[in-house]
Design a protein around this ligand. Structure first.
Ligand code: KMH
Ligand code: ZN
Length: 308
């Protein structure tokens, strides 16, 4: 039997700003359409952030998520994953609120405090429609994405009481050791869903050796108790997806982490990136996982046990 590979699609995020691409979903309608389109193209999981529909600024109020959560649930069986990362400008109490309220099957969990350098994108993009975009990007030179041990434990205890499981975002090798620490303390229970992030300034790089070392270390620490997934930021997205898929991993794509579909070519939709990831997976003789396959692989509680 062919191995099944989970495709996660992160449709909008908080890294890119509206002036960078006309295809970045901003309004609840656009976010819902993007998520449903990604699921139809083969994504088993959609990872969701919300934005202010007026200016595209990341918005972590539970009310901002309501309009698209309900629509996606009505029109798709995909697993809904709500961010607890929000944006690096936000405090953890604000970041956890949508996941705490809506009790999704999956929420993200970031495994360490770090620099989160968005400012290099200013070389490519320098004209902005909204006044928050430039200071947001420029300010990343001197901003820490805070995820202390206390913050991590706070998110875990708040959400795991709801049966929510986690997409555990590891941006460096040390984050795997922090995860092992929480597993040792019994606060996170396997099977783990480790999302390794490559090529974000402040985290591990995108070199194939970086990908291999992340996998080796996770194998040593977690053995058979984890599902490995990767995301490559920007132009690294598909090369890293291909490497990881061939090494036994799952993949994440989406406009949250890359606006591109090829060199200098903006992706016109999230579904377009999912289709390319799917071609790579199927070209390797693997199968894409359905949402229900992903639920079984990650022991999720089920789409009928959420609060939306
Ligand atoms: N954009 C990813 C590198 C979160 O939402 O919790 C990080 C992320 C964080 O997805
Ligand atoms: Zn995210």
């Amino acid at each position: 039997m062919a191995r099944k590979v989970i495709i996660t699609c992160a449709v909008t995020g908080a890294i890119h700003t509206p002036s960078m691409s006309p295809h970045l979903p901003i309004t609840p309608e656009e976010i819902a359409e993007a998520a449903i389109g990604a699921a139809e193209a083969g994504a088993a999981i959609v990872h969701l952030h919300a934005r202010d529909p007026q200016n595209g600024k990341p918005n972590q109020s539970p009310e901002a998520f309501a309009p698209f959560l309900q629509v996606i649930k009505q029109r798709s069986n995909c697993v809904i994953n709500i961010t607890t990362g929000g944006a690096p400008t936000m405090l953890v109490e604000e970041r956890v609120r949508p996941a705490a309220h809506y009790k999704p099957e999956v929420a993200s969990l970031n495994m360490g405090s770090m620099n989160f350098g968005l400012y290099p994108m200013l070389h490519r993009f320098n004209e902005f429609k909204y006044d928050w975009e430039l200071p947001y990007l420029e300010g990343s030179r001197d901003r820490i994405f805070r995820n202390t041990f206390t913050d991590i434990e706070y998110i875990l205890t708040t959400c795991s009481e709801n049966g929510t499981r986690f997409e555990i975002e590891c941006y460096d090798i040390g984050h795997l050791y922090t995860l092992a620490h929480f597993v040792d303390r019994g606060i996170i229970k396997p099977p783990l869903f480790v999302q390794s992030v490559f090529g974000l300034l402040g985290g591990i790089g995108p070199h194939p050796e970086d990908v291999a070392h992340m996998k080796r270390t996770a194998d040593r620490l977690f053995g058979d108790n984890y599902q490995w997934s990767v995301l490559g930021a920007g132009k690294n997205q598909l090369a890293i997806a291909a490497q990881a898929a061939s090494m036994g991993g799952n993949v994440r794509v989406g406009l949250e982490d890359s606006l591109w579909i090829g060199p200098g070519k903006l992706a016109e939709s999230n579904a377009q990136q999912v289709k390319l990831a799917r071609q790579i997976i199927e070209g390797l003789g693997l199968e894409i996982a359905t949402a229900d396959d992903a639920r079984a692989m990650l022991t999720l509680k089920g789409g009928d046990r959420v609060n939306f």
